[in-house]
Design a binder for this molecule. Structure first.
Ligand code: PEP
Length: 255
């Protein structure tokens, strides 16, 4: 495996945080910090902050993402936002299948696949989240769960479209809990995801795929996680809300 074959990407997931003035302040603080990064830099923000984020990051190396999108182009889907709508406001990335969407909003592997295909068709880059629950890890079925989530998410995604996909391995028990997967555990599952993708496409496609780890990554544990051969960056919740902490992760991913 050669990390040089793919780009490390650090993506912040702000979740349901930051009013518009708070978002402006964080982005302004982040801009000079992100400028030094040799890795990809993405901030995924609430819908209400998308236009602000796109305007404030224009001409910088920070890309803007949304945290979800619907699979239909338009219609009677109250409260939803389509991939085309995101594209129209200048958004470049979207997170699909975050465990909080799966846990609280009935997202399934099938809807994750539909949203992924819709986002790719609209020309967005997709960060697809996969990961096992604690009881699944304890039962020893992590590999099966993650392989299945990966396979279903990518059903009907072409090799060309795969170039616009990032997979984020996020063990559910490590998200927002302060419990991090060990570097070995993170690498083991990221490596399994790569092997699964190699079987679906080619080894070269799998080697070019960015696979992030997410789950309580912070300035203290980032260097070890990001040094793993199959971990190509991170999807970051809590630590993405503080510019300096996010900066430490960008630095660790830039080596
Ligand atoms: C996330 O929201 O994807 C995440 C990994 O959160 P945290 O870093 O807070 O665990």
């Amino acid at each position: 495996m050669n990390k040089k074959l793919r780009q490390a990407v650090i993506a912040g997931n702000w979740k349901m945080n930051k009013t518009r003035p708070e978002a402006k302040a964080l982005i302004e603080e982040l801009k000079p910090i992100a400028e030094k990064a040799a890795c990809g830099v993405v901030i995924c923000v609430p819908y209400t902050n998308l236009e602000t984020a796109v305007a404030l990051t224009a001409g910088t190396n920070i890309k803007v993402g949304a945290e979800n999108c619907h699979f239909e182009k338009s219609g009677a889907f109250t409260g939803e936002v389509s991939a085309d709508m995101l594209k129209e406001v200048g958004v470049e990335y979207v997170i699909i299948g975050h465990s909080e969407r799966r846990q609280y909003f009935g997202e399934t592997d099938v809807t994750v696949n539909k949203r992924t295909k819709a986002a790719l068709a609209a020309g967005l880059n997709v960060i697809v989240c996969v990961g096992e629950m604690l009881d699944e890890r304890e039962k020893g079925i992590t590999d099966e769960i993650v392989a299945m989530q990966t396979k279903v998410a990518l059903l009907g995604v072409t090799a060309e479209q795969l170039k616009n996909v990032i997979i984020a391995y996020e063990p559910v028990w490590a998200i927002g809990t302060g419990k991090t997967a060990s570097a070995e555990q993170a690498n083991e599952v990221c490596s399994l995801i790569r092997a699964t993708v190699a079987k679906l496409y080619t080894q070269a496609d799998a080697d070019a795929l960015t696979i992030q780890y997410g789950g309580s990554m912070n300035p203290k544990n980032a260097a070890e996680l990001l040094a793993q051969p199959d971990v190509d960056g991170g999807l970051i919740g809590g630590a993405s809300l503080k510019a300096n902490d996010f900066g430490v992760l960008l630095e660790a991913a830039s080596i």
